[in-house]
Design a protein around this ligand. Structure first.
Ligand code: GLA
Length: 339
């Protein structure tokens, strides 16, 4: 079946459950505008609201791309998820050094965090309804809790609570999220739970957990995903699935990357991926009381970061629309469920 008048809108079908999002960039706002307008009611900037892009130098902010995204969302009745404020990645060096090139003092880093949030959250106060305030702060290693980062070096473990408090002061009506990957692995899941539970205990304003959802065909299992949802939901916070994509490849770790086999996205693989998406979306609908948004990290298979991660130049097909922007089998399963 191909895209046509009878293709239902994903976002309309899911309106009773949760909003449907996509990560976008300045190119895809043009090249994928039709799909966005038809099927999505939420957008996230793939890079354009990240620190290094929007605030590359202390006195320089670049809002052009983020503004265009916000305008596109307004014009098309979509909401904007803000991504992201405090992260170990894609944050410029200047944030952490002083004029002499030495590590900046805690006070200086703190003032810079606040200035960044005042300017960015302030500008989008009425346009961005939620923010991934802190991204990926938990360690993947079993013997460590928090990931070492320059934010933590400068401000200590309390940098996470500080970031949320600061964001809330500046944008009191925004929903504030902690966002991470490997969020279903029991060890990391329990650390994310511990972090958010601790913040809530201290009265820190945090309203949601973002489960990135960069998953594979068989991993994590539906049971593991369910367990994570249950555990996070028990904290009384919302859940957003913030960066969903289902790679059709096995995950390969260094140094096996070179031996990673390329695949062909044939009918059998399309069906298997549709089975996977069908189970996932059924699970998400079951938890729609707490899962309030599901965002794909991209729109159609012609443009996906998975083509270069974890293996460079290995084609992947992780999304709901194919390289020609037509709905895949996964799409039809997502919209044709027994209500
Ligand atoms: C992480 C980040 C996103 C993005 C993806 C990969 O999950 O949160 O901003 O960089 O990696 O594209």
């Amino acid at each position: 079946m191909s895209e046509g008048q009878n293709t239902p809108s994903l976002r309309d079908v899911y309106r009773p459950y949760f909003s449907i999002g996509a990560a976008v960039n300045p190119r895809s706002l043009v090249s994928h505008a039709d799909l966005l307008r038809t099927h999505f009611n939420s957008v996230t900037a793939e890079n354009e609201m990240k620190f290094e892009v929007i605030h590359p130098e202390e006195d320089v902010y670049r809002f052009d791309h983020a503004d265009a995204l916000v305008q596109f969302a307004k014009d098309n009745g979509m909401r904007v998820r803000g991504h992201t404020l405090v992260w170990h990645n894609q944050t410029p060096d200047w944030v952490f050094v002083d004029d002499a090139g030495q590590p900046a003092s805690a006070d200086k880093v703190r003032r810079r965090m606040r200035a960044h949030m005042e300017t960015v959250l302030g500008r989008y106060q009425n346009d961005v309804y939620c923010w991934d305030v802190v991204n990926e702060a938990i360690s993947d290693h079993a013997d460590a809790y928090l990931r070492p980062s320059r934010w933590m070096t400068a401000l200590g473990d309390g940098y996470i609570a500080e970031a949320f408090r600061c964001a809330h002061e500046i944008a009191p009506s925004a929903l504030l999220f902690y966002n991470d990957y490997n969020e279903t692995k029991p060890d990391k899941r329990d650390k994310i739970y511990r972090l958010v539970a601790g913040l809530l205990d201290e009265g820190v304003p945090i309203h949601g957990i973002g489960m990135q959802g960069h998953w594979m065909m068989t991993e994590p299992s539906i049971e593991e995903i369910r367990d994570a949802i249950e555990k996070y939901a028990s904290l009384g916070v919302q859940i957003h699935v913030t960066e969903l994509d289902i790679s059709v490849h096995e995950y390969v770790h260094e140094p096996d990357k070179s031996s990673a086999a390329a695949r062909v996205f044939d009918e059998r693989l399309e069906r298997e991926q549709a089975d996977r998406y069908e189970q996932l979306l059924q699970l998400f609908r079951e938890y729609s009381r707490v899962i309030r948004n599901v965002t794909w990290w991209g729109i159609a298979d012609d443009e996906t970061w998975r083509d270069n991660f974890p293996v460079k130049n290995r084609k992947d097909w992780p999304l709901m629309f194919n390289e020609q922007h037509q709905p895949k089998e996964a799409f039809w399963r997502a919209v044709n469920f027994a209500k």
